[in-house]
Structures are given as C-alpha cells and as structure tokens.
Design a protein around this ligand. Sequence first.
Ligand SMILES: [Zn+2]
Length: 140
Amino acid sequence: MAVWLKTADYVALVHHARGIFPKVACGLLGGKIDQGEKKVLGIWYINNKDASGAHFAIDIKEQFAAVKEMRDRGWQQLGNWHSHPLQSAIPSDKDKEQAFDANASYFILSLAGGEPVLCSYQVAPDKTVTKEDLCIVPDF
Ligand SMILES: [Zn+2]
C-alpha cells in the first residue's frame, strides 16, 4: 500500500529527530486510508520512555491522548515512527518484535548518513518485513 506524506511534515519530523539526537525519537502517524492508500495527515511526537540511543518505548499515556486527538479529527492511527540515530533505516530485530499490527505502517528515519533517510515498512505476524512505497509530496 502506498503511503503519502507531506513535505512540511517530513521536514518537521527530521528537525524534531535531530533535536533529540543521539537519542531515539518516536511517535505516531495519524491520517486516513483513502482509496487503498494511506494518507498521513499528522505526526505526533511522543516521549521515548527508554531515553535511549538504541531503542524506544512509546509513552502509553501520551499514545492514548494522541489517538483521541486523531479520532476527534476523524482520523485513525496509521502506525508509528522512530529514528535510528546511528543505524540505517532498516527494522532491527527488536523493531520487528515490537510490531504487532500487520496493517500498520512503521516509519524509520535514519540520521546515520549525511542526508536523512525515511522508509516505511509493514511487518507480518511471522515478522516478514515489506517495504512500502513512501511518497513525499508538497500536498495531496
Ligand atoms: Zn528501530
């Protein structure tokens, strides 16, 4: 399934993750599924309870509040995102373990190189990973 993200949201995401570097930044993706495509309409920044450079734990209270905000806007949670400060944008074994929703999009933002790299994945119940088409455009 293709995933659509606005350039301004991407730029804000990179800015936020760089501000937390070298810790892992994380959060949620809210939006809509429209004609078989995921449209990310908002990115939520959630405190990483692990405060770590290698892994993340989304604060559950902040998650509930974010999902309520999404519902109030008529959106749904499409997935979550986190940064890889020093690793490439490929799901780690722990990322796969923590991925329980086969329909969700899992964004990984790598800050390891000169330019940030953002990829979206789906993780099947057997932990097979599939990369999604991520389209970053000015508007949709
Ligand atoms: Zn990861």
